[in-house]
Design a protein around this ligand. Structure first.
Ligand SMILES: [Zn+2]
Ligand SMILES: [Zn+2]
Length: 69
């Protein structure tokens, strides 16, 4: 079981990142894990948008999400 952590942005999108690999994944040449993935922690990214939203022209100001028309 590999450990993951989640980052939750103001836009309510979340990104899950690998925190640490388990023994099996470390020993697998492709670092594949066939076990259950454990979501260890969830971090709120206050005042931040995900990369996808930023790329789509959204930004955050005064706690409000804006999109340029
Ligand atoms: Zn694993
Ligand atoms: Zn987003």
């Amino acid at each position: 079981m590999c450990d993951f952590e989640e980052f939750v942005f103001e836009c309510q999108h979340s990104v899950i990142k690998l925190k640490s690999r388990c023994h099996f994944a470390r020993n697998d040449p492709n670092h594949q894990c066939f076990g259950v993935k454990m979501l260890r922690e969830s971090w709120r990214q206050d005042g931040q948008l995900c990369d996808n939203c930023l790329a789509n022209g959204y930004h955050i100001q005064n706690g409000v999400i804006w999109r340029r028309a």
